[in-house]
Write a protein that binds this ligand. Structure first.
Ligand SMILES: NC(=O)c1ccc[n+]([C@@H]2O[C@H](COP(=O)([O-])OP(=O)(O)OC[C@H]3O[C@@H](n4cnc5c(N)ncnc54)[C@H](O)[C@@H]3O)[C@@H](O)[C@H]2O)c1
Length: 209
């Protein structure tokens, strides 16, 4: 006698169920799995889809946002005026996390690593442009600061236990203050750093994750 499973003859077939995380889709997916089908679920609520969306958001804000901002300021109409006016500096903000890695921050560290690479290549492009300009004394320099753990609203979202751990891993034994990073921005923006470009500089109190 044929069982109901063999009568349906679905074993080994592959099914894609859209909206399979809930309701009718979920029940259908369970029923198909009961027939020994290979079931693929597609649902806007799935954790995997959330992860992809988060990845896109982080890359969009940190990397694409930096690219678009740099692109705006490196437009030929702006750069020629800037060079005529004595030059300028672009200072991007990366993170030490891209150098050392951190559990749970794959998307963030990838985006910040991208900012470092963007900085180096753009520094070369701007240096080339600066050299071809008259007078050749002015330049557009591009640098990247890698903050460690800095005491800002962003860091206040981090649990105290983790912050204590980060303090312990920081040679100077404290979180940075926003002013610590701002001071480095001032230096890189000023002519005191006129021979520095394409560099990534840590402002972390020597944090080693
Ligand atoms: N705080 C830290 O420990 C730390 C460590 C390493 C790197 N950083 C980097 O330093 C930078 C500043 O961080 P923070 O600690 O001051 O964060 P924060 O959250 O205190 O401030 C960030 C500010 O940027 C604004 N913002 C976000 N996306 C924007 C966008 N697309 N365009 C314009 N503004 C936008 C937010 O509204 C907010 O006002 C970030 O790039 C962050 O990744 C911070």
């Amino acid at each position: 006698m044929m069982t109901s499973s063999s009568w349906l003859n679905l074993a080994g077939r592959t099914a894609v169920v859209f909206g399979g995380a809930s309701g009718i889709g979920r029940a259908t997916a369970i029923a198909l799995a009961g027939q020994r089908c290979n079931v693929l679920l597609a649902d806007i609520d799935s954790q995997a889809l959330d992860e992809i969306k988060t990845w896109d958001d982080v890359i969009d804000v940190n990397l694409k946002g930096t690219f678009l901002a740099c692109k705006k300021f490196c437009d030929p109409s702006r750069t020629s005026r800037l060079l005529q006016a004595g030059g300028g500096a672009i200072i991007n903000i990366g993170s030490v996390v891209s150098s050392y890695g951190n559990v749970g921050q794959v998307n963030y560290s990838a985006s910040k690593g991208g900012v470092e690479g963007l900085t180096r290549s753009l520094a070369k492009e701007m240096a080339l442009l600066s050299r071809s300009n008259e007078p050749p004394t002015s330049s557009i320099r591009v640098s990247c600061i890698l903050p460690g753990f800095i005491d800002t609203p962003m860091a206040s979202a981090v649990p105290d236990k983790i912050l204590d751990k980060m303090r312990a891993k920081t040679a100077l034994g404290r979180l940075g203050q926003p002013q610590d990073v701002a001071n480095l921005v001032l230096f890189l923006a000023s002519n005191r750093s006129s021979f520095i470009t394409g560099e990534t500089l840590e402002c972390s109190g020597m944090l080693r994750i």
